[in-house]
Design a protein around this ligand. Sequence first.
Ligand code: GLC
Length: 432
Amino acid sequence: MSRGKVSAEQAHLDASARALLKENTRTGRVGDREYRFSVPSPSAYPFQSFWDSCFHAIVWSRVDAERARDELRALLAWQRPDGSIPHVIFWDRQRAMRRWWHYLESRDWLVAPGLRTTLGKPYTTEMMQPPVIAQAVERVVEASGDDAFAWETGQRLLAYYRWLARERDPDGDGLISIIAPSESGLDFSPAYDPALGLRNPGSRRLGLAMRGATLRNKVMRYDLPRIFAGGGFAVEDVLVNVIYIDGLEALERLLLRTRNEAGAHWARERSATSMRALLDRCYDADAGTFWNLAGREERPSRVNTVISLMPLLLSRLPTGIARGLVERHLLNSKRFWTTYPVPSVALDQPEYRGDSILGGRKRIWRGSTWVNTNWFLAQGLRRHGYHDAAERIRSATLELVGRHRFREYYHPETGEPGGASDFGWSTLAADL
Ligand code: GLC
């Protein structure tokens, strides 16, 4: 392919990505200040979501740095005094909380789904999502050509990653914990079945167990020490920790740009601790892969999903371990190397559903291929020298997006699209 052809294809992708994110743009106010952000999908997901906005900002940074900064400012506007940043923000007060399950994800009891007034409706959930904000800020800073945005956000980012270390690592082993499956962003992934006490469940049981875990957190009023002491759902998740470690590395570089040596030192030490813990505790040498750890007993959840491949993102991953992940798992056509890789669940798992439909219902992350995990894995493969495999993921993803536009997910074997249309983070295809 000629260079002209490549750049014409890229220009077209960037233009389609921009058009979609622009179409999904909404505004909202905090005090007298107006913010702009893109919703993940106007019909299916009408509120601002944490990691979606980080991905949107990365794509925006390719075409409009100011718009990219605004996307992240809208998230940071909701940072709490303790440093945490919520996973969903209900800017749209008309539509706020029409989805009943969001009530379980927020702290207040004063709310009722039937309440017609905007009074008593919380503005945010009490949960987290994978901490990819430092990587997003770094991309935006690099696109801007100066360090102003690093100065603007550095202290807030440090407060956030410190909050994760302080409040989400109750056993102090260096790995942070999630308290509900959807905190990982991979809501119904079978990787969480064991922690929910399930084994290859039907759709109804799975739904009930998920809501049960969230209800329990709500009853505990999202008091983290109580939740962790209570022995409910708590998982040291491989994907979340990989993104945390990668984020701490980005944070260190950002803080060095602003000459915050002490902060950069903390980020460096913390990422080294978390990296050691990931290798010592989550890696299974016999299986040649990584498992999530469930509960205080840290029981490995041996369900082979895309989560287990995520350590490839880390450039400090030892070469032998990376090779095992790639050769035994990713490039294995009985597991992850399908016509349209990478499925969210290995094909040889009994839980695998290529269309993420279980018992007639949409149960996402139970097999379909997603653009954001492909985007991470393609980067990881390049970092470890697997350029052909990265290229294969890129071309298959572009084929899917070219044929079916930006959908929520795709079937790994047939390429059939599924879930929400006009799905924001699928524009990451432009950044592959
Ligand atoms: C789905 C995804 C979650 C995402 C949300 C909004 O729930 O699993 O990760 O943030 O949609 O797009």
